[in-house]
Ligand binder design. Sequence first.
Ligand SMILES: *Cc1c(COP(=O)(O)O)cnc(C)c1O
Length: 367
Amino acid sequence: MQVPFVDLKIQYQSIKNEIDTAIADVIDNTAFIKGKYVSAFERQFAELYGVKHVISCANGTDSLYIIMRMLGIGSGDEVITAANSWISSSETIAQTGAKPVFTDPDDELMSMSAEAVLNAITPNTKAVMAVHLHGQMTDIEGIEKLCKEKGLYLIEDCAQSHFSEMNGRRAGTIGIAGSFSFYPGKNLGAYGDAGCIITNDDELAEKCRMYANHGALKKHHHKIEGLNSRMDGIQAAVLCAKLPHILKWTDQRIANAALYNKYLDGINEIRIPKVRPSSKHTYHIYMIRAERRDELQNFLNDKGVATTTHYPTALPNLPAHSYLGYKPSDFPVATQLERDILSLPMYPELEEDAIKYVAEQIRAFYN
Ligand SMILES: *Cc1c(COP(=O)(O)O)cnc(C)c1O
């Protein structure tokens, strides 16, 4: 059996008519940049997600940068984030002129704890960028409380956590603003790059909208120097076509994770993902921790099972951040994760037979 890591084509085939019609309509209307599909997506996503403002932009990296710039974060400031995230979380902090400060994840849930954030606070700390990795909410309530006490902005990187929840509150609605990526492989994916900012703050929303569009809300009325970070009409049309299905696809991911849990039960050499109490994990990634990870990964590859690691190198250990002067021993958990994490195939349309096959191969490897 061949089990790919993700299969974006099955989903396309299941809604081919809706997608093809929407794309053809964008071309018919020559609504290539912004336009009616972009406004429609902003409105529909805001309504479905339960947030006042959705500001579309070019990708989920720009959305982080735009939020921080419009909060006035820059040179002399520090922003605390996760050591085991994707580089967008840290490179955008540095791009504002601020210093990225990393926290080591907790070993059980592999995400930021309020305690680690507290230990990283200095007089220069301006904000915390909480990252909800793998579809799992980070310790957001603890971090929210801490940010309120210390007067810090709380920004949520939700690129991996569309529709994830903590005590009924959705990712991105807890801090001042949330950032989403619609990269094709994300839980809600476009057919190219796209992203957005969500916020309930009117003033921040207007600033972000202006900054993402050359500093202008109206054509030629440039109030500030801005960026060209706009969503394409085609990407918005694809996202609009997908929105009516996203809650069902999210449930399918959760059901697939439950099947993995069942079939992987009792294998002592691995750890399956734990769910934070009172939270809804949406399984962008189903990540296990495995003894002899490299050997297991090769074995699975030989058996037709594609796996990957998110991510092979922790952010503070990357050459890009070497100027910050961290050592691997400063982040023992993040550095250990480099050696034992393994992301198994996960997508809504993954069949039970395939999940069972993957689990059987893992069991066979350790036997
Ligand atoms: C994917 C991702 C991003 C960036 O999104 P792009 O749309 O690819 O720019 C940011 N943060 C995290 C945690 C991500 O996984």
